[in-house]
Design a protein around this ligand. Sequence first.
Ligand code: WT7
Length: 653
Amino acid sequence: MSQPTIESILQENRTFAPSAEFSAQAAVKSFDEYKALYDRAAADPVAFWEALAKTELHWFKPWTQALDWSNPPFAKWFVNGKTNLSYNCLDRHLESQGDKPAIIWEGEPGDSVTLTYRELHQQVCQFANVLKKMGVQKGDRVGIYMPMIPEAAVAMLACARIGAVHGVVFGGFSAEALRDRLVDAAAKVVITADGGWRKDAIVPLKPAVDAAIANGQTQVTTVIVAKRTAQEVTMVEGRDHWWHDLAATVNSDCPAAELDAEDNLFVLYTSGSTGKPKGVVHTTGGYNLYAHMTCKWIFDLQANDVFWCTADVGWITGHSYVVYGPLSNGATSVMYEGAPRPSNPGAFWDVIDKHKVSIFYTAPTAIRAFIKMGDDHPKSRDLSSLRLLGTVGEPINPEAWMWYHTVIGKERCPIVDTWWQTETGGIMITPLPGAIPTKPGSATLPFPGILADVVDMDGNSVPANEGGYLAVRHPWPGMMRTVYGDDDRFRKTYWEHIAPVDGKYLYFAGDGARRDEDGYFWVMGRVDDVINVAGHRLGTMEIESALVSHPAVAEAAVVGKPDDLKGEEIVAFVTLEGTYTASDELMKELKKHVVGEIGAIARPGEIRFADALPKTRSGKIMRRLLRALAAGQEVSGDTSTLEDMSVLEKLRG
Ligand code: WT7
């Protein structure tokens, strides 16, 4: 390996086995059972997935080939098979459990709605008819920019029902970020709401849609607006329609379209190290199977579970574990609009208490925030309904893990630390809670059928306890199929970093990792120029472009700095155009500018003005040095490629 990825400093030796009671009722009951399952799947992954696809999903027509990998890295799963994700999530449950709650929704102001499978099915069919009436056809892209309200799930399922390709954009993104995504996907229809409730305030959404469409770059001709917050919004005649008005004009009879397993299901944008965000493409059959199986075994879904994944539907976690995974399994999924806030720091614990949540899945950044808010909040609520906990988004520090285990799980609930990505469609490395003993800070072992490994730049496995690159050696059904409109970028980003040997392609995840002597994976973070803020990836490049688009900024370099709460904080080094001088005002303005360009999630924590940035002789910014400076560490390692040493001295200042 040419360069060590990340030094592994974490030494964690505690292990926690599930209770005999938990294991006895679990889908996978022992380590031996997991091992047998894993080995069988590894020996023939295609046969493993094929058998599950037969028993776990409904198919209108069977496939003729389970995996076509003749043109790597472009995989096709369940070739020629016909299915429908919305059918698998709704129709097939109606007879046996039509009256079971599918979605329990809690609004931030305390209003709540429960939709049974029958009711959700009715709403999805009705809204699918609305989409058809507005001219949406199979293959058309539909933008969804919504708060966490049931209509967001209805809109997604309605698209899936008719074969329209949804592109959900997180409601916290700015109008500019929304525009970029709508343009890239060439969406003609956008579904939004007047606004949503978050932290005791209305987050307006419709005005951002108006601004995104305003300069004529998008192809949007129709906007459908759900009424949530009821503040005044502008409706453009002929273009904008209220959801409820349209719904009143159609019936709810809409059979699920018989879609091809490889028909595009959705595009979801995620940050990369260079250029604009990538539209990650997932397709119908493989994604459905993968979200279904991972949700079933990792969260050990039982008939009466109430499953709450706190992610927004704007992220992949919300796609796979708020909407599609739980519903495909016929489970009850909780959707929460709000967030813990000064007026109620215990808001999450109220939701668990009120709706008797049994499985709770959240992010380490949230857990660290809970710790900071104090134990009184969870301790003053009844959390006895909980039986299983999960985390996702970034490595969890063992201290936060222990707090989660003791204060929330009362040392009774297994914790599944789940490693995966937008690109993988579902969880890849994780404990199966009844079978795999956990170690705080480790995502433990690969899901059956996932041939994950830690490798060097040539694709060779590295020995135990050595750092390397996290990679996957065999296709899996939930894998992304391409970058929307850019096959080349897909190949280069994920499949050519580690050169294929003998035609064998390895999926390169972009994370550094090591495996310990028990084979457990310890994910150490990104090896590219991507930082992880509050469990979500942000490309440094995008933030730099946003800064440089301000007239005062000549050059910008953005790095991550470890942060107690957010995992990483954004630190921007900025040089100014000649006529501008550094000031607190300008700093504030630049932060605001980035928020306007990308959204609050990208707000730099710190901006440092500099005369020059440290560069190599070929002009490449040496981020390694900036990272050390930002973290207040000594700059160590090789600086011989630095063009001008005095730059570093000045930055150290
Ligand atoms: C990146 C993917 C998958 C949904 C949330 C984020 C990091 C994710 C873990 C974990 C260590 C993790 C990785 C990964 N990550 N889960 N359990 N332990 N790191 O999705 O925005 O696509 O980000 O998040 O660095 O590559 P995403």
